[in-house]
Write a protein that binds this ligand. Sequence first.
Ligand code: PLP
Length: 373
Amino acid sequence: MQKKDPPILVTRPSLPPVEEYEALVREIFSTHYLTNGGAQHQRLEAALRDHLGAQHLRLFTNGHLALECAISAFGFDGGEIITTPFTFISTTHAIVRCGLTPVFCDVEPTYYTIDTERIEALITPRTRAILPVHVYGNPCDMEAIDRVAKKHGLPVLYDAAHAFGVTIHGRAVASYGEASMFSFHATKCYHTIEGGAVACRSADFAERLNGYKNFGLHSEEDIREVGGNAKMNEFQAAMGLLNLKYFEREIEKRGRVAARYRENLAGIEGLSFRPIPDGIRQNYAYLPVTFDPEAFGRTRDEVDKTLNSYGVFARKYFYPLPSEAACYQGRFRPEETPVALAASRRVLTLPMYADLALDDVDDICEIVASCRQ
Ligand SMILES: *Cc1c(COP(=O)(O)O)cnc(C)c1O
């Protein structure tokens, strides 16, 4: 097989027709209103609140700051937050940068979401909240999390960065917990170039989010929070409005790519996909494949290197675990979350995007299958 040129990367953001973006940019140019909650921002905020099934929703310049503002909005004065180590480093950094201590709960081996059986043992008098992650867009067991949280009077904040548009038996993921953070980064299945949002249950919480993302200002003379600047601008919001318009098509195309991968790689010993759960509307944000080195005869890293030699660049989401990151050296014990640790060595997320040609999927699958020994 020929080396891919240009190379195939793990993702490639979809873009709306350029004329449509230009039309919205012209509106921005005609008003000279560039940021601070302009017309595009207001339209997008309302549209996403409805689309995500949220009571309240606030937009942010990116998902990471959205998460930091959400943690701040709870008003904790230090303490611990129970979370998982099988996630993008942002989740852990947000907790630490807000002055709290992450306490890592292991994930369960089927979907790699928080193992709800293990949460309770980690609760201490210093626990302030639970921060689970809908990793790869697979929703956590939110009913079980809710039961533990209620029993101990703890709020739940979801990292829903991967879960845009995911529903469970028709119910939106954003309708669970006190709040959920979504990321609209260019590499996510829905994007605003850079961007993010927090969906939340209470109007008070939404009001505090307004403060944290805009220097604590609620009016010129009313400065209530020690806030920073995390506002989404009009150009981002315009991109978001158009990508929302085309989101159904995005999901349809991604669904086709995902189905082709599953079909091509079905029944290969030592290689597995996460099962498709019942009643879930998926968003096909990622294509994680788990390699069992004994049964497959090759390690995940060997498969990755082989793909590289053909110009195909998958990603090792999530390796290293946040709990093993250099900046946290000696602070956490990765071996205490063995399921997450094993997953970080075994999972490769293959290229996945709406415009990935099915012929290319076939080629990628052929390379992967040929690695087996
Ligand atoms: C992308 C991501 C974030 C951060 O979002 P940005 O928009 O990139 O700042 C946080 N958590 C997870 C799990 C993510 O994948």
